[in-house]
Design a protein around this ligand. Structure first.
Ligand code: 13P
Length: 254
């Protein structure tokens, strides 16, 4: 009942001409596939061009970050109204790299989530534990804390568009993918906590993606876990052949 979502987070990779070349190669690969939603999160400078190029296809386009305010003296930032004005439909919120390198706080994640919902952007809220927390058996506590902070003040009625991405920090860019059991356990903790915060109906409807070293050869096993509703893919999403293979393998396994 939850439509799988496979999303590409390109991080700080690809100039507009590279993004256009990706789409040229990627779109034809989708002709025989349905059933899985696909979203690309390119850098901000690629957004206008790639939104145009993806118009009328089944590929949605999102931004990697935004400010929570609509406008103001915030040099270097972009706002939700700016994103919706160019046809952006999705937004990544709280990626661990933004938390780690740009000092993004749980409070800011919450503000951005509320702004995304107010502007009808589909938010993909990233949470996940660092290795030391996992080794100290604090994974569940971290996930509960991050969820409670992110979802603070959100009502069950508002929750439908929200997507959560479970991205254990130790699995990002390391080639060390969480085992399907580890990912399924974390997704179970997340869904249980969403039920505590927003009720069972919202929890059952909420899509929870896995992210961290997803590759064409591990996506099917991850997707065979009933609580895993898709993936947020970094490195392996940069190559159209590799990303289309992930979409294909995910669709078959879902
Ligand atoms: P990798 O797939 O490169 O590990 O990155 C995951 C990620 O951070 C997606 O947001």
């Amino acid at each position: 009942m939850r439509t799988p979502l496979i999303a590409a987070n390109w991080k700080m990779h690809k100039a507009p001409k590279d993004a256009a070349a990706f789409l040229d190669a990627f779109l034809p690969e989708l002709h025989d596939q349905t059933g899985t939603e696909i979203a690309l999160f390119p850098s901000a400078v690629c957004l206008p061009g790639i939104i145009e190029a993806a118009r009328g296809t089944r590929v949605s386009i999102g931004a990697q970050n935004m400010h929570w305010l609509s406008e103001g003296a915030y040099t270097g930032d972009i706002s939700a109204p700016m994103l919706t004005a160019i046809g952006c439909t999705h937004i990544l919120i709280g990626h661990s790299e933004r938390r780690q390198y740009s000092g993004e706080t749980d409070e800011q994640v919450n503000l951005k989530l509320k702004t995304a919902l107010a502007h009808r952007l589909i938010p993909v809220v990233c949470i996940g534990e660092h290795l030391d927390k996992r080794q100290s058996s604090l994974t569940a506590a971290v996930l509960r804390w991050q969820l409670a902070a992110a979802l603070s003040g959100i009502t069950p009625e508002q929750a439908a568009p929200i997507v959560i991405a479970y991205e254990p920090v130790w699995a990002i860019g390391t080639g060390v993918v969480a085992t399907p059991d580890q990912a399924a356990e974390a997704h179970g903790i997340i869904r249980h906590e969403v039920a505590n915060l927003l009720g069972n109906i919202a929890a059952e409807k909420m899509r929870i993606l896995y992210g961290g070293s997803v590759k064409p050869d591990n996506i099917a096993r991850l997707m065979s876990e009933p609580g895993i509703d898709g993936a947020l893919v970094g490195g392996a999403s940069l190559d159209p052949a590799s990303f289309s293979q992930i979409v294909r393998n995910a669709t078959t396994a879902a």
